[in-house]
Design a protein around this ligand. Structure first.
Ligand code: HEC
Length: 454
């Protein structure tokens, strides 16, 4: 099955790594060599393109980053801090282990080892501006209140809103769980994409995470996960041919987790934008959206029994789930709290061999990132595969996010308590669809020439 789970590094990254290896042999600065010049890296020529790709989506005047990083004058005072944050892999926020598991993601904003080295070299060299004529053209950045998906998808077909909530300036976590009638559609429709949008500018500061779930009218068992949000994760788009079935009527249940940010935020409303397939289109695959796979609280035990972390100690926790039908995984989003450090997702195939699909090894509770696999890199798993999650907690003073290593930590909703589960964007397939998907994957690999042995 190996071959269907490609973990080829991005071609660009591979090339850059190669350049880095070659140049380290030659003892020459990598990019200077690549650019065919012996000059040290400059902001205009070498650094600005990296910031455009990996930083400016957040570090712009309307973005969630605390300072804009668009011009040399804006960046220069932060050069040393930038060097520190990128070399510790704290920025950009991307916590997947770059050396383990599948590395091809649709929303990858991480820096390659080479880019990190280049930034560091630029800062060590005095962070020179270089020739302003070398600057790439400025990016067109969306305004703070815009839908992220609007550029590629147009305006949403439908907007669902929460009811207003007053977030006080100071204090602890606050939850808001309104239930709102949903009667916007004439017939059942298939969702192609959804985006969760806190208000701008204040809502973005106080909404920590949230869900909007639709309970279809007259059905008690089915729930439709319309949109889920966490800082750093706001939208979801299904691959062509895959969708989420949305009933015409029902009730939207909101679960909003606010965290105060020093100012009162009155009447805060969250919006969810929905993009549907055309009315007469029924996609071949029905996705379940993001589904929770527990790592804590398995086997019917009380959650507090299996998640107890003594003071100044470490703890590992494992949870396994057997797939009852073949499945394809679109995205991976581990969830833990302040002591969480690592969550590994492995597949144990029916023939017994085991493979790490993805591993977050630098988890940071302040971010709720989702790692969206490239279409042809999505794990394609046969029925009977065991999905095994291992989470690891650090309740010592070595963990910079630990508020107090002398506390006992148990399961709970607050950030200072702990949890452990993964949200997987998943579509279950029947055997026929699975066989077809395997065949297509094999053809694609042959065309791409990436090979791999079964
Ligand atoms: C997804 C949004 C996002 C991206 C992308 C991003 N940042 Fe940030 N950055 C933030 C936020 C939010 C903070 C403040 C919270 C924190 O430190 O985690 C921050 C903090 C920082 C800080 C620390 C500022 C301080 O005063 O402590 C630096 C330096 C920084 N970012 C640099 C970068 C660089 C360089 C890149 C690109 C290589 C980048 N960031 C990419 C959102 C982002």
């Amino acid at each position: 099955m190996n071959r269907f789970l490609c973990s080829i590094p991005q071609p660009g990254k591979r090339l850059l790594l190669l350049t880095a290896c070659l140049s380290s042999l030659g003892g020459m600065p990598a990019l200077a060599q690549q650019a065919g010049t012996d000059s040290a890296p400059t902001f205009s020529r070498d650094i600005a393109p990296i910031l455009q790709r990996a930083c400016q989506q957040c570090h712009n005047p309307d973005g969630i980053g605390p300072m804009p990083l668009l011009t040399y004058d804006q960046v220069r005072p932060f050069a040393a801090l930038i060097q520190d944050r990128v070399s510790k892999r704290m920025m950009p926020p991307w916590h997947v282990d770059p050396d383990v598991g599948i590395q091809r993601f649709k929303n990858d904003m991480s820096l390659s080892h080479e880019e990190i080295a280049l930034i560091s070299q630029w800062v060590d060299g005095g962070a020179p501006q270089g020739n302003p004529a070398d600057m790439p053209p400025a990016l067109e950045l969306p305004s703070g209140g815009a839908w992220r998906l609007e550029k590629s998808m147009g305006p949403p077909d439908m907007i669902v809103k929460s009811t207003p909530y007053d977030v006080v300036a100071n204090g602890q976590d606050q939850w808001w769980t309104p239930r709102i009638k949903f009667e916007g559609l004439d017939t059942e429709r298939w969702l192609r994409a959804a985006e969760f949008k806190p208000s701008f500018p204040l809502g973005k500061k106080v909404v920590h995470h949230g869900h909007a779930t639709l309970i279809p009218e007259g059905e008690s068992k089915r729930y439709v996960s319309l949109a889920r949000y966490g800082v750093g994760k706001s939208w979801e788009m299904f691959p062509e041919g895959t969708g989420l079935r949305v009933p015409p009527k029902g009730e939207v249940r909101w679960s909003l987790h606010y965290f105060p940010a020093g100012t009162d935020v009155a009447d805060n409303v969250v919006e969810v934008g929905l993009w549907f397939y055309p009315e007469d289109t029924i996609p071949e695959f029905e996705s379940k959206g993001e589904v929770m796979f527990r790592v804590d609280g398995l086997n019917g035990g009380t959650r507090a029994q299996d998640l107890v972390i003594p003071p100044n100690s470490y703890k590992a926790l494992q949870g396994s789930h057997v797939l009852q039908s073949p499945a394809v995984i679109h995205s991976y989003r581990p969830h833990m709290h302040m002591r969480g450090k690592v969550m590994t997702m492995e597949a144990i195939y029916p023939d017994g061999h085991k493979k790490v699909l993805s591993q977050v090894n630098n988890y940071n509770h302040n971010w709720q990132l989702t790692y969206i696999f490239e279409d042809d890199a999505r794990p394609l798993l046969p029925k009977g595969t065991v999905l095994q999650f291992t989470s690891f907690y650090d309740n010592t003073s070595d963990n910079p996010l630990n508020p107090d290593p002398n506390q006992w930590v148990v399961f709970g909703q607050r950030g200072v308590d702990e949890m452990s589960h993964a949200w997987l964007g998943i579509t279950y397939l029947n055997e026929e669809q699975y066989a077809q998907a395997v065949k297509e994957r094999r053809v694609a690999e042959e065309v791409l020439g990436s090979g791999g042995t079964p």
